[in-house]
Write a new protein. Sequence first.
Length: 163
Amino acid sequence: MISDAVATAIKMETDAIAFYEEAADKASHPFGKEMLRGFVKDEKRHLAMLQCLFNGLDIQEIFFRPKETIKTVFSNLKDQMMERVEALPSEMEAIKIALQMETEGFHFYGKAAANAPSQKEKELFERLVVEENDHFSILNETYEFLDNTGQWYMYEERGIVEG
C-alpha cells in the first residue's frame, strides 16, 4: 500500500516544477537561468520516480547529486558570473522562496522516510532528502553570491590570501 505521503510528494514536486519554470523564465542572469532549469529537470525526475512508486512500478530513474551538476554549470559560466551581478529584488525573493520550499521538502521527506510503509518508499524518500539538501545548499550559495559577490568570491575561491 502506498502512503498518503507519496500523493503529497507528487503535488509538492508538481508545484516545484511550476515555480522553477517561472523563475527560470524571469531570471536575468545566465547562471540563474541554468541553475533553475537544472532544478526543473531534477524536480521532473523526482516526480517521475514518485509516479512510478504511486503506480506500483519499478523506479527507473537514476539518482545523482545536484551539486555535481551545478559545478559543471559554474565552470562553463564562471566568466559571466563574475561580471558585477545586479540581482533584481524579484530574483532575490525567488531564491528566498525556493530556499523555504527546499527546507520544507527536506523536512517532509525526512518524516516520510521515517514513517514509510515499505522499504522501496523509505529508500526513495531518503534519497530525496539528500537531493533537497543539495538544492538548498546550491540556492543558499547562490543567494550569498548575489548578495555580496566580492565576499563570496574571496571565501569560495580563497582569492590570493592563500597564495
